[in-house]
Design a binder for this molecule. Sequence first.
Ligand SMILES: NC(=O)c1ccc[n+]([C@@H]2O[C@H](COP(=O)([O-])OP(=O)(O)OC[C@H]3O[C@@H](n4cnc5c(N)ncnc54)[C@H](OP(=O)(O)O)[C@@H]3O)[C@@H](O)[C@H]2O)c1
Length: 299
Amino acid sequence: MIYLITGSNGLLGQKLLKKLKDFNFEVIATSKGKNRNFDSESYTYESLDITDKDEVNRVLNLYKPNVIFNTAAMTNVDLCEDEMDNCDKLNTFSVAYLADAALSIDAHLIHISTDFIFDGKKDLYSEEDPPNPLSYYGKSKLEAEKLLYNHNCNWSILRTIVIYGVGKKLNKSNIVLWAKDQLENHNQIKIIDDEFRAPTFAEDLAQACINTALKKEYGIFHVSGKELMSIYEIVESIANFYNFDKSLIKRIKSKELNQKAKRPKKTSFNLLKAKNTLDYSPKSFLESLEIIHKQLKNN
Ligand SMILES: NC(=O)c1ccc[n+]([C@@H]2O[C@H](COP(=O)([O-])OP(=O)(O)OC[C@H]3O[C@@H](n4cnc5c(N)ncnc54)[C@H](OP(=O)(O)O)[C@@H]3O)[C@@H](O)[C@H]2O)c1
């Protein structure tokens, strides 16, 4: 079996690469630019910009993977409002290139989508709930999904919520690493207490992606953490875990941030389908903090 990852320099891409090391598979890691991952003995690295249709065809036809994990995306939600063309290219059009190529080589395309396709007005979204994105990012990811619903390739969509974890030379931080770093350095931070998410441990999501491939499960799956927390509660839990000074955390409301993109107030998923079909078994937030703590100590 040959597995190919797009966006292998990103957080989820790195976790997939690490987990796949435990299997006897041929692994092709691809990302835009140079490889920023660990030892390259267990996989082949190929630079691939997925917005370039010819390059997508060249690389996929060269390696003919059985499974493609598409983790590459423009994930800066506010930037997507400013750079809509770039957002369309990366989050939507490239998915068409991957799906067409997947069909031609009979590969299983496992694509990652987002809670931001929903408006956040409902509790525990299930896979069948109607989407209503509030931001351009959400719209671009929904357009990619729609394109797959009508595509003849073998596809799976794993929707997820706020991914966190430890990575190497990541281009962007995540809530856990950022808050830990700020509080460790005794910086005052302003944190919103009126948006709620079920944050997802990157390792859990990577395992769900691999299980989707191994079990050849197709369709849409909701894969997130199992606890709904306000962003304030997420940061407070990190402070409690590390015994940081909680007076450094100032509660604010989301409108004070003046963010360009509109975000859903509350997003959490009904995980039943993922649990039953993908054997998905997410860690608690506290369990994942313990793992992250050990990983950071060993780094
Ligand atoms: N992060 C979240 O909280 C979150 C929440 C819900 C859903 N998701 C979805 O989950 C997936 C993975 O997210 P993530 O946080 O792991 O993403 P990430 O860390 O931002 O990684 C994305 C990777 O894609 C690479 N990339 C950028 N442009 C590319 C291009 N044109 N061609 C190929 N690769 C390119 C990036 O390279 P550089 O590192 O060089 O920029 C980066 O390594 C995405 O589909 C995202 O939409 C994420």
